[in-house]
Design a protein around this ligand. Sequence first.
Ligand code: PRX
Length: 618
Amino acid sequence: MIINPPQEIDNFFVKDYQKLYNAALDYPEYFWENIAKELYWFKPWRKVLDWQYPYARWFVGAETNIVYNALDRHLKTPTKNKTALIWEGQDGLVRTFTYFELNEAVSRFANALKSLGIRKGDRVAIYLPRVPEQIISMLACAKIGAIHTVIYSGFSIEAVKNRLIDEQAKIVITTNGYYFRDKLINTKNTIDEAVKEVQTVQNIIVVKRLNIETNMVAGRDLWFDEVCHKADNICSTEIMDSNDPLFILYTSGTTGKPKGIIHGHGGYMVGVYITLKWVFNLQPDDIYWCTADPGWITGHSYIVYSPLINGVTSFFYEGPPDFPDPGRWWSLIEKYKITKYYTTPTAIRSLMRYGDEIPNKYDLSSLKILGSVGEPINPEAWLWFYKIIGKEKCPVMDTWWQTETGMHIITPFPSTPLKPGSASKPFPGIIADIVDEKGQSVSPNTQGYLVIKNCWPAMFLDVYNNPQRYKELYWEKIPNVYFTGDSAKIDEEGYFWIIGRNDDVLKVSGYRFGSAELESALVAHPAVAEAAVIGKPDELKGESIKAFVILKIGVTPTDNLKKELREQMRKLIGPIATPDEIEFVNSLPKTRSGKIMRRVLKAQELGQPLGDTSTLES
Ligand code: PRX
């Protein structure tokens, strides 16, 4: 099925995708350089791209700061007085910031961080829910050259602790609590527990989101508002090398420990700037809403940095789609006259379950372009989104990318014909392909490994503290190309169809987990001898977590124990990691070298052929 673009493509940035793609293919560096020139640099580059396997460095020798482009630059233009951010809390509280006001808030907090001893290169952890201070903190760090690590506020003590230790954070910013649906989440207590074993944390800065009693440790804990109040509202923006690190964001891989993905100022800035602008055809009067959380890459790139660099007005909402009722998000589209709306397949599927009557009650006519990200979107959900939400007039941008890629890699444009369920084609300047294990391109409609065959500006700089892993995981699986970890197909017309991960990474409601990471949380329970975790197809969440558990000798398998194990996962990783199914087993399929064959478990579970079992222990 093909959905053709709307007639009026005259005002689209990308009018002829193929022409643009071909031009970028012929002269990729010239293509990216011209885009980079639309932004501000303290000093220009000597070289657009320096590729020394396996590291790419973009805009070599240039100096900039992403915050200069996100804020400072606008203060000299009418954008200064434009609304940058409209925030609404789950409780209906509204706060707005013009670009001028946001810059002032960021400058104050940047000065506060400096007064607490934070310097260029220091790591600051941000453990906040979706409140304006989450964005302000990220920008304040970047402004002074500190490296931010945003930790998703749904993570529990152990997950937070591991990240703080790995990055050696000096400061943690959190709230005294917030409501998720009707449940009080006490983030401050989590941090108090998590920092007990982290030597490097000197201060905890607390955003007062709720009027509740809060345990503040004298000398260590400070209120966000108080430190800002004392600070000056003018702060110069640190001059950064184009390849200086901007942030570390932890993401799950195939081993037990999440890895710290590092992105830098210059290349990342160019990549996120242009992708959102072109894919969502950003216009000065847009009210843009991305429902993600800056705890994940989508929030970094497309809630915080790109919208601000592009000078648009963003709406930012604290709560989930269906609380207090399943019309909540639709009511916000009506209230704020959202024009560009970027969300996830899981959110779409969960709202679709309530039927068409709920969205039909709201005026959604302001919408112009819709977007989806994070997991494959099934054609049924795509069409529902297109018909019921977009009223068949808003193209759906199914954007494929990753924490590591930093920016959209495979994506449609509003002017290109769409195929529901396909992320379309590579962004100009990018060569993507589907190959076999030897790196040979496969024929159309054949499943293979999705790889990227050249460099793009927002590609990550490294894995924090682990260059070996960077090399092995991404560049050695198939030599000389970037290995995404996804399987996909390309059809006869060059459209990419993403199938899912080909490694032991799960995508549950769009959240990324490593099987090994989930298993180590289970094995940490005293009753558990061994565990294996697989993802099972799930109509709502894309994948659900199923755990196979071998108990220690003498332990009785009971429902109560299953409950305890679920609780264990919630406690160690977070509620989003709660398994849907736990099965007690006596053995697990293993290779002769003792590695659990999750692939075999999954095939058994789904009643599929077991594939190559020659290495299976008999
Ligand atoms: O499997 C792909 C899936 O999400 C993975 C990356 O996850 P993460 O780093 O958390 O970033 C998510 C937000 C960009 C990919 O390897 N994925 C992402 N977008 C899509 C997708 N799968 C299918 N279609 C997409 N549009």
